[in-house]
Design a protein around this ligand. Structure first.
Ligand code: AMP
Length: 141
């Protein structure tokens, strides 16, 4: 397992130095709600072993991370009643990567939504987070 730099936000979340709304946890990956969601249920999946971005990640670690993404997608979609899901990873500052720790966005999509890659959503509120967390977890079998 590679450790993230001490000041890395997602490293801190993994070490529980910062709080997060956990959606899923296993030996190789961790999933939690995005704090500035593009839409309700916006979830992030990260590998436990640190890589700055997808290009730095080994195929094996990536496969484990993607397995979690694949597992969560239908749960998130059902829980949020979304028609579609966007999965993406920004690679590099120029692509909009603001946290230098590999993460996959799982973003529920609705026909009329205004999801934007470039505009942060409003901050996630506790009562919404709890409800969304429960709804997604209920869909994970
Ligand atoms: P990116 O811009 O692709 O690097 O995505 C980083 C994402 O991390 C953004 O969608 C942020 O809203 C999200 N984010 C930043 N800090 C936190 C945090 N402490 N907990 C949850 N999500 C976060």
């Amino acid at each position: 397992m590679k450790e993230a730099p001490a000041d890395n936000i997602f490293g801190k979340i993994l070490r529980r130095e910062l709080p997060s709304w956990e959606i899923h946890s296993d030996e190789l990956s961790y999933a939690f709600l995005d704090i500035f969601p593009q839409s309700e249920g916006h979830t992030l999946v990260i590998p436990r072993s640190y890589s700055e971005n997808i290009l730095e990640c080994s195929t094996e670690e990536l496969a484990a991370c993607m397995a979690t993404v694949r597992r969560l997608m239908p749960a998130v979609r059902r829980a949020m009643g979304a028609g579609g899901i966007t999965v993406l990873t920004n690679t590099g500052i120029e692509a909009g990567q603001s946290v230098p720790y590999l993460h996959f966005h799982i973003i529920p999509r609705h026909g009329s939504d205004k999801v934007s890659l470039y505009t942060p959503g409003a901050m996630l509120q506790e009562e919404d987070a709890r409800r969304i967390q429960q709804a997604i977890r209920a869909e994970l079998h």
